[in-house]
Design a protein around this ligand. Structure first.
Ligand code: UDP
Ligand code: UDP
Length: 398
């Protein structure tokens, strides 16, 4: 346990337990800040030690500026809690944890992270994304199928939408799922500013980043560099050579070669440090984003209205790429497959970047998405309305 705060009895008290990784921590810190600024008492449960240095830096800086209460639990306690897998019944008996649904869903995700063999997590469509819907649907599906077919039918239709769940088509006794987002960025200036951007013409630069924990083979990195160079567009490339930041020690020159850096020094910049993606995406010089489509990156690009070239690498990212395509926020190089599945050559990368940067209709659509996304978080916006609904729902009843 670290610090505790006096809890106001009339306020909702929300416990948040992010799964490991920056991609999970970031949205939870944003949500924590949003709830705390709307008169909620928030307890953030963190797992120690964190996997990456970025997580531990963010947690420390966050608490320096946001007076929430924290509970730290060690990994070994968590592992004990998770085995055997939680059942719906056992998790619902954790009611005193204030936001049982949040805890329940996360426990499952965490349990799956810890226990699914990698052969299963790399399936397409990704197991994790469909898993929750499938599990929640099972009782309904078995009854329905039995009635229709006498139990002989194997194909199942999974209602995947939140509306289906909230209308009781999945399970009648589940609490409602109330979607909120995009989240407001919280005031925390972690990461390096890139002054180079200030000298670049408007919408001329491709921002290249694969999030907080995705790397590529050295060959693929070199092909990517080759593609950026051939595209003729300027680029800001945030390079990662190791999944966990603490292990990321190899220098840029070693990874990409001296001659590449020499040839591209006037058009591009490669950094190997923690940056501030929201500041970069909002910069007028940025015209496109080559991304792995982690969900946070999707949200950040949506809020700033920057068109995306999606190159999903693992996990839920193909589903995210589909969302991006449908929202006309970006394009998806489908035939590149998952990261590491094949070596995508420089000329293919160049071709897609040229397509992304030259598509004026896409750029205009992305700007519209940006306007809509920003509207959603303002007072009266769709996200803000649901957030207030959640808070109302969680208020202690006298
Ligand atoms: N991020 C950052 N600085 C960096 C790299 C990443 O702040 O140098 C943030 C990024 O803005 C996003 C999160 O880390 O909010 C990564 O989450 P995402 O879901 O995009 O991908 P993941 O890293 O989980 O694959
Ligand atoms: N994953 C993987 N390889 C990696 C990183 C993640 O197979 O290099 C798996 C991870 O174990 C998890 C899934 O991809 O099962 C993605 O998890 P999630 O949907 O929670 O999203 P993310 O953590 O990427 O934001």
């Amino acid at each position: 346990m670290s610090t505790t705060m006096a809890c106001n009895q009339s306020q909702p008290h929300v416990a948040l337990l992010p799964s490991a990784g920056m991609g999970h921590l970031t949205p939870f810190l944003r949500l924590a800040a949003m709830l705390a600024s709307r008169s909620c008492t928030v307890t953030l449960i963190t797992i120690q030690p964190t996997i990456s240095e970025a997580e531990s830096t963010h947690i420390t800086s966050f608490f320096a500026t946001h007076p929430l209460s924290t509970v730290s639990i060690s990994m070994s306690i968590l592992l004990r809690l998770q085995m055997p897998p939680p059942t719906i019944h056992s998790l619902f008996s954790l009611e005193p944890l204030v936001a049982p649904v949040i805890f329940w869903v996360l426990s499952y995700v965490l349990y799956l992270h810890l226990s699914l063999p990698s052969s299963l997590t790399s399936l397409s469509p990704p197991v994790l994304v469909r898993f929750y819907s499938l599990m929640a649907c099972l009782p309904y599906l078995s009854l329905e199928n039995h009635a229709k077919t006498g139990g002989s039918e194997n194909d199942v239709e999974i209602p995947e939408t939140i509306t289906a769940q909230n209308n009781g088509k999945v399970l009648t006794n589940l609490p409602p799922v109330l979607p909120i987002g995009p989240y407001e960025p919280y005031e925390l200036k972690q990461g390096h500013h890139i002054p180079w951007l200030d000298d670049q013409p408007a919408e001329s630069v491709v921002y290249v980043s694969f999030g907080s924990r995705t790397t590529m083979s050295k060959d693929q990195l070199r092909e990517l560099g080759n593609g950026l160079e051939r595209s003729g567009y300027r680029f800001l490339w945030v390079l990662k050579a190791s999944k966990v930041d603490k292990d990321d020690k190899e220098g840029i020159e070693n990874l990409l070669g001296h001659s590449f850096l020499e040839r591209t020094k006037n058009e591009g910049i490669v950094v190997k440090e923690w940056v501030q993606p929201e500041e970069i995406l909002a910069h007028p010089a940025i015209g496109g984003f080559l991304s792995h489509r982690g969900w946070n990156s999707v949200m950040e690009a949506a809020q700033t209205g920057v068109p995306i070239l999606a190159w999903p690498q693992h996990g839920d990212q193909k589903v995210n790429a589909e969302v991006v395509e449908k929202a006309e926020l970006g394009i998806w190089a489908r035939h590149w497959g998952w990261g590491g599945q094949k070596l995508v050559k420089g000329d293919e990368v160049a071709g897609k970047i040229i397509e992304l940067m030259g598509d004026h209709i896409l750029r205009a659509n992305a700007k519209k998405v940006g306007q809509e996304a920003r509207k959603a978080t303002k007072v009266g916006g769709s996200s803000e309305k649901v957030l207030m609904e959640v808070i109302e729902l969680l208020k202690p009843k006298n």
